[in-house]
Design a protein around this ligand. Sequence first.
Ligand code: AHG
Ligand code: MN
Ligand code: MN
Length: 337
Amino acid sequence: MKRVSLTQYLVEQQREHGRIPAQLRLLIEVVARACKQIAIAVNKGALGDVLGSAEKENVQGEIQKKLDIISNEVLIEANEWGGHLAAMASEEMDSIHVVPNRYPQGEYLLLFDPLDGSSNIDVNVSIGTIFSVLRKVGHAPGVSEEDFLQPGKHQAAAGYCVYGPQTMLVLTLGNGVAMFTLDRETGSWVLTQSGVRIPADTREFSINMSNLRHWAPPMRRYIDECLAGTTGPRGKDFNMRWVASMVADVHRILSRGGVFLYPWDQREPDKPGKLRLMYEANPMAFIVEQAGGEATNGSQRILDIVPEKLHQRVSVILGSSNEVQRATRYHTENGAA
Ligand code: AHG
Ligand code: MN
Ligand code: MN
């Protein structure tokens, strides 16, 4: 079988399909290389002294793990000198990181969740890196947080890397979804699946069930009906899977279908949800839509949301389209978001 590397895939996208400018091609290659470096640190585990807490808090008030900080630094160092970026934003940084003056400024903005699934780091369960790419609009000099506040539908590319039994990179440039597997012997990303499709129907849902009593009525209704199985209104049995790393849960959905939900919760009524719009929901929604699935916050398409701030939270329902539509309909019928 002829092996297609990530580099070859990107060159073909640039040359034959005219889909990506050279700066974007470089950006993806640099992010992929940084993910390789993070994968090496993840694999070392206790041997590399990368496990455990860093005993610091991030801007969202979460205790940072050592790997959250290491991954953030790897992504910044890899990306700041190439001339492809104007600035970066990260779940682990209070404000944007503008490319220093000593390097040329490019036209792209990179956003990332450097290490997703932090609670799984120390227990040897799949974790990942999620990234989103926007283009800086307008030619005004300098770059500010405002430049980042674009709806997800304007993403030029998005992807994630999952550090699991295999290390895989999943990518969309806006024309479908491709998956690459890291060949550790050659150090190269090899295309292992293209044209990824999420089936419209599923019997599998993914949600943190321990929060059930805190959800709004439409979310409880949706899950109650799934749990009722063959004797309930759905007339079929459902299975539940919850890794608690969004990358791993979304990766399963891209591989065999399913619906992922992270709803609003009455314990913090002013917070729309746990997940972050710019670093988690937008890139995943773009990938899922490009694979034929759907993604909403219960009242609107995630990719249409105009962000008001960088670290904004959002409720998430994504995956197989018929289930996303049903769960969303329960919310809109109820008049709740
Ligand atoms: P992060 O590690 O980047 O903070 O994200 C964790 C997220 C997401 O990956 C996962 O779906 C969710 O948090 C799990 O949270 P709970 O276990 O608290 O439900
Ligand atoms: Mn995350
Ligand atoms: Mn994270």
